[in-house]
Design a protein around this ligand. Structure first.
Ligand code: GLU
Length: 290
């Protein structure tokens, strides 16, 4: 049996906090306990938010915590060719369409519709895309992409779901409502998700499934905030013919007020804790891993 493969996949758009430390240490612990491999992946597809200084700080913080990972580290910004190939597969299946409305336009469309009935929201609480661009004729769909205007490429969710039927995954951890064991994927709850953009041939969802497959990741261990994203990941895996890893979502580390930690929250930042003389062993204890 090949060894299990774990990964920690931060985005370099801020400094790491105790929540990241928990996730990274848990992945590394599980890899060690199971004779598995531990990878680090830098999820830097968004050039407007990701910075090299944050990426350097991620490396420094993880070394300080005492973690070791395999080299070379995969940086998503260096793999746009692979994501483009996956995007082309989905396009060839007729499942992707350009949507050119601005955020403000989408908000206006939703506000108009909301007068009739409450508007559906995705599992993160954001209003679903109204699907206006999906309803256009083939000629109307391509016209704005030729005009040079920015656009997003969205997945035709109804068509994608119809193609694959009901999907599941086996949850080895726990979802936000205690979901565990076999879980029915519900990608439709996300509506027509963005799968790529004019300038970027990928999105978080597409890059994560392509990379997990290309890196041979067998165990996805990550925070409960991504639990329902797994529905979209299962759908993309099925459409692209990619293997299905095992999933284990873990509890989130919260601050004293019970709030989810943010990348700008100083009191729980690993650099701040290190500067204040806190030891890695103390970090381990604080996140409940001791
Ligand atoms: N890059 C994502 C984040 O920082 C994590 C992706 C994943 O673990 O699937 O939230």
């Amino acid at each position: 049996m090949p060894p299990p493969v774990f990964r920690f996949a931060p985005s370099p758009n801020g400094y790491l906090h105790l929540g990241h430390a928990f996730s990274a240490m848990l992945n590394s612990d599980l890899a060690r306990e199971t004779g598995g491999r531990f990878l680090l992946r830098i999820e830097d597809i968004d050039p407007t938010r990701c910075r090299s200084e944050f990426e350097d700080a991620i490396g420094d913080d993880l070394i300080w915590l005492g973690l070791c990972w395999e080299k070379p580290v995969r940086r998503q910004s260096e793999h746009f060719t692979e994501y483009r190939a996956a995007l082309e597969k989905l396009t060839a299946l007729g499942l992707v369409y350009p949507a050119f409305e601005s955020r403000a336009k989408i908000a206006r469309l939703i506000a108009e519709q909301k007068k009739q009935a409450p508007w559906p929201r995705d599992p993160d609480g954001a209003p679903l895309y109204p699907g206006t661009a999906c309803a256009l004729s083939p000629e109307e769909r391509t016209r704005p992409t030729q005009s040079g205007a920015p656009y997003a490429l969205r997945l035709d969710m109804a068509a994608a779901c119809a193609r694959v039927g009901q999907l599941n995954w086996v949850e080895r951890g726990e979802g936000p409502q205690g979901e565990t064991g076999p879980v029915a994927a519900n990608p439709a709850a996300w509506g027509d998700v963005i799968i790529a953009r004019k300038e970027t041939p990928t999105s978080y969802h597409l890059a994560v499934v392509v990379d997990d497959a290309l890196q041979g990741v067998t165990e996805v261990v990550r925070g409960q905030d991504l639990f329902w994203s797994t529905s979209v990941h299962r759908l993309l895996q099925q459409l692209l013919g990619l293997p299905q890893p095992a999933y284990r979502h873990h509890r989130l580390v919260r601050d004293a007020a019970g709030q989810k930690l943010s990348k700008s929250a100083d009191a729980t930042g690993l650099r701040e804790l290190r500067a204040a003389g806190v030891t890695p062993a103390e970090v381990r204890r604080r996140v409940g891993l001791a």
